[in-house]
Design a protein around this ligand. Structure first.
Ligand SMILES: Nc1ncnc2c1ncn2[C@@H]1O[C@H](COP(=O)(O)OP(=O)(O)O)[C@@H](O)[C@H]1O
Ligand SMILES: [Mg+2]
Length: 239
């Protein structure tokens, strides 16, 4: 059954956008039809992470206000057979976004796409909660630091209150050198503090950062430890 997966985090900069791009690319490389929606209104950067910034004409606000059809806002990433993006609007452009608007959009997209991944704004706000309405799964991106863990826990509660029951989390930006000092929370401590299941951990790796900066999902290069790790995490999220 086709699924909407919300990628969220309480804290900013944990890696939601990079994760959305790479998880979407993993699924598209497997031959699934995937749509990525950037809901970070005014602060869009999923288009940059995918190197599609020059292709954006219409955005999700245009779709939700009826200015264009969904098809007109879908930008195809030609490096993958079935990966599409709907960009977020630039700063200053507003649109009424209610849970109902999002549910209608999801229902329409689900007729054509097997996976719809939503890149969320940081924090817990009206847009996030609207985007959560109708999502089948939420993935909380957190990091081995106490602020990110606490924010992830608060977000987890809010998502549950909004009716999202299938929630997993990913610990991103894990640094082995710091873990071994015992000065940052380890995986066991994170697992004991967060109520949902962990889908996996992603190392802090300059290559992930550099690839995102150059508009290439790093999983495009197959057979690396990074691509294999993303792939295993995606397996746990969609199962
Ligand atoms: N695993 C990682 N290793 C190294 N850098 C990362 C990793 N994940 C994300 N980043 C970098 O961290 C920054 C924030 O990531 P981003 O996905 O934009 O966060 P968010 O969308 O949660 O605000 C970016 O510069 C990105 O390249
Ligand atoms: Mg982001």
């Amino acid at each position: 059954m086709n699924k909407v997966i919300l990628i969220a985090s309480g804290k900013g900069g944990t890696g939601k956008t990079v994760f959305t791009a790479n998880a979407g690319a993993v699924l598209a490389q497997r031959g699934h039809k995937v749509a990525l929606i950037d809901m970070d209104m005014g602060l869009r950067n999923l288009d940059l992470c995918l190197g599609l910034e020059d292709k954006v004409v219409y955005d999700v606000a245009d779709v939700l206000t009826g200015l264009c059809r969904i098809k007109q806002a879908l930008i195809r990433d030609k490096r993958f057979s079935c990966l599409y993006l709907i960009a977020a609007p630039p700063m200053g452009k507003t649109a009424e976004i209610t849970p109902l608007h999002m549910k209608v959009l999801y229902d329409k997209l689900k007729k054509h796409f097997e996976y719809i991944l939503i890149d969320s704004p940081s924090g817990i706000n009206e847009i996030l909660l609207a985007a959560a309405f109708g999502a089948d799964t939420a993935v909380i991106i957190t990091a081995p630091e106490y602020a990110a863990m606490r924010d992830a826990d608060v977000l987890d509660s809010s998502l549950r209150e909004s009716g999202v029951t299938n929630i997993k989390y990913v610990v991103n930006k894990v640094r082995g050198d710091l873990l071994s000092t015992g000065l940052v929370p380890g995986m066991n401590e994170i697992a004991s503090k967060l109520r949902s299941d962990m889908a996996g951990a992603i190392q802090y790796d300059d290559n992930i950062h550099l690839a995102a900066n150059y508009g290439l999902p790093i999983v495009f290069k197959r057979g690396t430890y990074i691509e294999e790790n993303y792939s295993r995490i995606v397996d746990r999220i969609i199962k």
